[in-house]
Write a protein that binds this ligand. Structure first.
Ligand code: GCV
Length: 692
């Protein structure tokens, strides 16, 4: 049996609602799935009802009747937050579940609040839509509606995807076609695709979308003007109907680009007035705009440092302008010197984010969210957590991950990133002596700054599969599930995605789930070793170039010589980066004996014969992992080929051709990296394998 067919299946992603559970579950649910109702009349609730009808029709094969909310007897009721049924279900369920710590949104699905009926509700209207998707997900996985009794909350107030889309339709670091929002300098009129995208995002609980690149050109700065706002307002309307708020990236130089003002000094009253008045114009078109995202003083973008002002001064002038409208500023913490001299070993790019922002903790306005990348460098396949994210106490923070696979295979190579995000977000943090997780600190509830959240640079374009590689859809799905619940297990999410996308039938379900869960480790094993990063082709960032960034201005070095490799970031003898962590973590990374193998070269410069905890020498680990990684890539291709006949040909072929590219890429990495280190060190492979 095949699991659907053609481009439609690729386009539907995980929302094709192919029936997966035993027929008996749906058949045995009595009449409850044959009638639906909604209490409340807002646009989001209408979206929720339409989705419920669509999902139930597909899953049961019968279109449910829409009946009035007071109807007695079996039905599924979407209950608005303040409706009697909604309030009753919410209080009963959250009481039985126990006190929740700082939850922002709670969704409830219960068959107990109204016997014979299923109530789907939430404390927010968007949450009612999220509850519908969660309900359909459970049905699809085979859960009987009669037993439903679930309350599920999120602590992340912001769950945002960020597009690096340009007005000409190109996408910076995009690997799945052109922008779905912009073409030829204009905002798109193809609202059909935008609507389908909003649905995908809402289905995994995403509640914010920033539509344009953080590298804002002069042309894109004009998005804040009447030239573009009416069309942007139409996009905002579609997202609004799905419980999602629109954000825009803005240039710090906007006052200069869009008016006659000659400087963008944040303390200049003229500049302050300009931001206020411009914000007023934007909000006149989009009254619920989420706010602005800003990349300033970063990679040659303009910023407050030009005027001798701090990052807080820069963020606050924009935040002040947005405050009357309820908007926030996402101020990116990706600030570092990208004009470094590679000869200078005292400057460490990894330190920059903390060194710049930590002294300003407390100086940012209430509606500023400092957004830091997951690691201190830049979305490498392996990095330690950003120390800033666990250190900030008085500033709202967001963790930024990269769903688009810039450094992790560019949607040619399979790399399911949830395990990486999960590991970092569930890493240790300490607040007032209490041990907790990084995600909990970032959510802000531990520190009384609950504006925090999770953002992800998204991997979507106008490709028929949205992501260029069907299996890369799993990264978008996982992002939403993780932003909602940072603790959720990657294995659970992978299995959920596979079931929703391909069905639960074997051998597809277990084979694809295993491929996803192995893929991050495999990608890591044939690329840069032991956390050192950056051995990629300069510019494109795909494929190997061991010294590509070694003698450059970007601050991204491995320092390999004939004796050894790695960056000494210890406090004792190196750059002192380890001291940015709380004492427990600082000690762990500082001590070569306790530093985890997979991050050894991020923190230490060691001889090639240094023995890892695994018992291998560093050089032997390099050889073994690269031989194994290339072999694992071939194995994944074989696993996929074994599914021939069990999948529709379109998706089967698309993934097959991508896996073939991956096999070639892994081989190239293996041979380039192994040859480089053999030549550098002069040490042979213990197993005598072919090295060039
Ligand atoms: C949008 C990396 C990428 C850039 C990106 C930058 C950022 O350096 O290579 O393309 O620019 O990160 O996050 O701002």
């Amino acid at each position: 049996m095949t699991a659907g067919s053609g481009d439609v299946t690729m386009y539907d992603c995980w929302l094709g609602y192919r029936r997966a559970g035993p027929e008996a579950v749906v058949a045995g649910s009595g009449d409850v799935l044959s009638r639906v109702a909604v209490s409340g009349a807002s646009a989001v609730l209408r979206t929720a009802l339409a989705e419920l009808v669509r999902g139930l029709s597909a899953l049961t094969g019968r279109v449910p009747a829409v009946v009035p909310e007071q109807t007695a007897g079996p039905l599924v009721l979407i209950a608005a937050p303040r409706s009697a049924a909604g309030a009753h279900a919410l209080t009963t369920m959250t009481r039985t579940r126990g006190p929740a710590d700082g939850e922002d949104e709670v969704i409830v699905m219960t068959a107990l609040a109204r016997p014979g009926q299923v109530v789907l509700t939430s404390n927010t209207e968007a949450g009612c839509l999220h509850a519908v998707f969660a309900f359909l997900r459970r049905l699809q996985a085979g859960q009987a509606p009669a037993g439903l009794h679930v309350a599920d909350g999120t602590a992340s107030r912001l769950r945002m995807v960020s597009h690096w889309d340009n007005l000409d339709g190109t996408i910076e670091r995009g690997y799945a076609g052109a922008s779905i929002f912009f073409k030829d300098g204009q905002v798109t009129q193809d609202l059909h695709r935008v609507r389908d995208y909003a649905r995908l995002l809402a289905s995994v609980g995403v509640n914010a979308v920033c539509v344009n690149n953080v590298n804002v050109t002069a042309e894109a700065a004009r998005l804040l003007t009447a030239a573009h706002l009416p069309r942007l307002a139409r996009l905002a309307g579609i997202f609004r109907d799905h419980g999602i708020r629109l954000f825009l990236s803005v240039s710090f130089d906007s006052p200069m680009i869009l008016s006659g003002i000659r400087a963008a000094d944040p303390l200049d009253p003229q500049v302050r007035d300009w931001w206020r008045s411009q914000a007023g114009q934007v909000y006149a078109h989009i009254p619920d705009l989420g706010g602005f995202q800003v990349k300033a003083d970063s990679e040659s973008r303009p910023g407050p440092s030009v005027y001798g002002r701090s990052q807080a001064d820069g963020a606050n002038v924009i935040a002040d302008a947005l405050r009357p409208f309820g908007g926030v500023v996402l101020w990116r913490a990706f600030v570092y010197d990208c004009w470094q001299d590679w000869r200078d070993r005292s400057t460490d790019r990894a330190r920059a984010c903390y060194d710049t922002f930590m002294p300003l903790d407390g100086a940012f306005g209430e509606n500023v969210i400092v957004q830091a990348k997951l690691g201190p460098m830049d979305f490498q396949v392996r990095e330690p957590p950003s120390p800033l994210l666990t250190a900030l106490r008085l500033t709202s923070a967001a963790i930024e991950v990269q769903i688009t696979q810039e450094y992790t295979g560019q949607q040619k190579d399979l790399c399911f990133l949830h395990p990486q995000w999960h590991e970092v977000m569930n890493g240790r943090a300490v607040v007032d002596g209490d041990v907790t997780t990084l995600a909990h600190v970032v959510s802000g509830h531990k520190t009384g700054r609950p504006n925090g959240g999770v953002t992800g640079v998204v991997n979507v374009g106008d490709d028929p599969s949205w992501t260029g590689h069907v299996l890369a859809q799993a990264n978008l799905y996982a992002f939403g599930r993780l932003a909602w619940d940072p603790g959720i297990d990657p294995g659970t999410v992978a299995a959920e995605w596979v079931t929703a996308t391909f069905g639960a039938a074997e051998p597809v379900a277990s084979t694809v789930t295993r491929m996803l869960l192995d893929s991050w480790r495999v990608y890591e094993s044939y690329t840069a070793p032991l956390g050192v990063g950056w051995m990629v082709t300069p510019g494109t960032h795909y494929g190997p170039s061991v010294d590509g960034y070694e003698y450059s201005r970007w601050g991204t070095y491995h320092f390999a010589d004939r004796e050894g490799i790695g960056v000494d970031r210890t406090a004792a003898t190196g750059t002192g980066f380890t001291a940015q962590y709380e004492p427990g973590q600082a000690r762990m990374y500082e001590d070569i004996g306790s530093c985890p193998d997979e991050l050894l070269l991020f923190f230490h410069h060691v001889p090639y014969r240094h023995r890892l905890k695994s018992g291998k020498t560093v050089i032997q680990h390099i050889y073994d992992s690269h031989f194994d990684g290339a072999e694992d890539a071939r194995r994944m291709l074989r696993d996929w080929l074994s599914l021939a006949g069990h999948l529709d040909p379109v998706r089967f072929e698309q993934v097959r051709s991508r896996l073939e590219l991956q096999v070639a890429n892994a081989k190239e990495w293996r041979d380039v990296v192994n040859s480089y280190f053999f030549r550098k060190s002069g040490i042979g492979d213990e197993l005598g394998r072919k090295i060039f």
